[in-house]
Design a binder for this molecule. Structure first.
Ligand SMILES: *[C@@H]1O[C@H](CO)[C@@H](O)[C@H](O)[C@H]1NC(C)=O
Ligand SMILES: *[C@@H]1O[C@H](CO)[C@@H](O)[C@H](O)[C@H]1NC(C)=O
Ligand SMILES: *[C@@H]1O[C@H](CO)[C@@H](O)[C@H](O)[C@H]1NC(C)=O
Length: 263
């Protein structure tokens, strides 16, 4: 690599780091728009009051080092006596139950590391389920939530079901998301998505984005049913068809649903 290339790489890296808010002040009020990394000084006692949007929660990556753990206190809320959130063993992330947290870091012994980093992200609440025959999990990252509902309804009713639960019927934007849904709930299940054909064009209705050009996973190779009669009626997309693929189907067919919510 020559110097120019190296310089360019350094430029890219610093531009990337700068896109995440970084803080190195000892304590203070912090509003988390998206993600904040606190690069804390270790030679003083520091207290931060963290806040994000009122309908979101905070995901805080705690340290695993036992010595440091004792010097760090994360509280679920800003009021006096808010419960302490303990990082369970092996668990790297703690979640608040509401939109605020207090983080206290005690001055570290001289022998400890001279830097201490804490990552704080805005996250959505992820329920354990949405009632009977459903299952929710953080499927693709630490801040979003996906729920599968195995109760069969037509596509319109599944849009409403997700909406009633403050979520959206799924839009599959990446192969990783597609694979994760298959791996987690795929066996023998079919789910409606938010993809519908409007005036000959496939659109993820929940996000308003066109399907093409983008990741597709039709079975067997392209849009499956090119038969004119079927084509006119098969204007909704379901996933899980024949294992791991997508298929168009008439929208009044009844299948499960995957709902999603992102920060
Ligand atoms: C959801 O599914 C996962 C994986 O199959 C399972 O471990 C978990 O217990 C389920 N949760 C509920 C609430 O059924
Ligand atoms: C497709 O729609 C047309 C017109 O609404 C209808 O006559 C036909 O029966 C439908 N075909 C199927 C396979 O549902
Ligand atoms: C979906 O099902 C509901 C009943 O649950 C029905 O009223 C509605 O007409 C159906 N819509 C479509 C597009 O099939």
């Amino acid at each position: 690599m020559n110097n120019q290339q190296f310089g360019f790489l350094v430029f890219i890296c610093s531009a990337f780091i700068a896109s995440v808010s970084a803080l190195n002040a000892c304590g203070g009020k912090v509003f988390v728009e998206d993600e904040v990394v606190i690069d804390a000084p270790t030679d003083a006692d520091c207290v931060w009051q963290i806040e994000t949007e009122t309908d979101r929660i905070l995901a805080i990556s705690a340290v695993r080092d036992e010595n440091l753990q004792q010097l760090l206190t994360i509280r679920d809320g800003l009021v006096e006596g808010s419960p302490i959130l303990l990082a369970e063993e092996q668990q790297e992330i703690v979640y608040t139950t509401q939109s605020t947290a207090e983080i206290r870091l005690q001055k570290m012994p001289k022998t400890s590391a001279s830097h201490f980093q804490l990552k704080i992200q805005k996250a959505v609440v992820c329920p354990t389920d949405l009632g009977l025959e459903s299952n929710c999990t953080r499927l693709i990252d630490d801040v979003s939530c996906h729920c599968a509902s195995f109760t069969k309804r037509n596509q319109t009713d599944q849009v409403a079901f997700c909406d009633d639960n403050g979520m959206l019927l799924v839009s599959i934007e990446t192969p990783e998301e597609d694979q994760a849904i298959s791996d987690t709930w795929g066996l023998g299940s079919d789910f409606w998505t938010s993809c519908v054909k409007n005036f000959g064009r496939w659109v993820w209705e929940a996000t308003g984005k066109n399907l093409y050009p983008g990741y597709v996973n039709w079975y067997p190779i392209a849009e499956p049913f090119c038969n004119d009669q079927w084509d006119a009626n098969y204007t909704c997309m379901l996933i899980g068809y024949n294992g791991l693929h997508w298929a168009s189907y008439h929208c009044d067919g009844v299948w499960g649903a995957v709902c999603e919510l992102h920060p």
